[in-house]
Design a protein around this ligand. Structure first.
Ligand code: 6GU
Length: 250
């Protein structure tokens, strides 16, 4: 799976994502993360990419031209990569080439979720458009964006952190990125429940003992205990999720 990030701060995105598990996934060729500097595409002789909004108001807007040209460059690159693959396996990829989804990170978008991550993980290429200043000229958004996504109801200074959050959540669903291939299924939000508490050695720490059932070796009892704990924890910490789960399990 390939991620293409259109941004004014490519080093921020690359540094953050070429670390730990995702860094290893890149080295193994399971995912690829490319950051494209929008400023490289401006036709302004001073390398300017922003200007005042028509009608007045606070702050500056990113202009349409550099954003559009950066997007076009990525789109052409993806078409080239798909052509290469087509040569390798003509029948499998013929007619399957479609335009990649373009995700604009904005507090005005649909709120990102595990479900959305699962859907997006099915794509071969994803383009993320990161805005800065007060946003981007609406006309280029209308032209290229397919999905408007927010990561929650608070305001950040730019789209880079949200793009990184999304790329992390999507990448760990790509086969083989996590070394433990069952763990992605049995965790928080699977089935709308939070994860149960976990314990490692020692058996006693600061007077606190590991729950006896976990030491029993009785797998059915352990499963039962974990499920009860998941339900209890969800009810306490996320009553909204608990209600959803209860509704589905009536
Ligand atoms: Cl996607 N962008 C910005 N700038 N702020 C946000 C956000 C996105 N999601 C939540 N806050």
């Amino acid at each position: 799976m390939r991620f293409h990030v259109l941004t004014l701060f490519p080093e921020m995105v690359l540094q953050g994502l070429h670390t730990s598990i995702l860094g290893r996934a890149c080295e193994q060729g399971l995912i690829a993360i490319e950051a494209v500097n929008i400023r490289d595409y401006t036709k302004n002789k001073h390398k300017k990419v922003d200007d005042y909004p028509y009608g007045g108001g606070a702050g500056m807007l990113m202009q349409a031209q550099p954003v559009y040209d950066a997007y076009k460059a990525v789109e052409e690159k993806i078409a080239g990569l798909n052509k290469e693959k087509e040569g390798e396996n003509e029948l499998a990829t013929a007619n399957k080439i479609s335009k990649p989804r373009v995700i604009y990170l904005t507090p005005q978008g649909s709120v990102f979720s595990q479900h959305m991550a699962e859907e997006l993980a099915k794509e071969e290429d994803l383009i993320f458009l990161c805005g800065h200043y007060e946003g981007i000229d609406e006309r280029v958004l209308e032209e290229i964006v397919t999905d408007y996504v927010s990561i929650g109801d608070y305001v950040l200074t730019g789209g880079e952190l949200p793009a990184m959050v999304m790329i992390d959540a999507i990448s760990r669903l790509v086969p083989e990125v996590l070394n433990n291939d069952v763990s992605a299924e049995f965790e928080s939000f699977h089935e709308d429940l939070l994860e149960y508490p976990q314990y490692s050695r020692p058996e006693e720490w600061q007077g606190k003992k590991v729950p006896q059932v976990l030491l029993s070796g009785h797998h059915a009892n352990i499963e039962k205990w974990r499920r009860e704990q998941s339900i209890k924890r969800t009810k306490e910490r996320r009553p909204d999720l608990y209600e959803k789960w209860k509704e589905k399990n009536k």
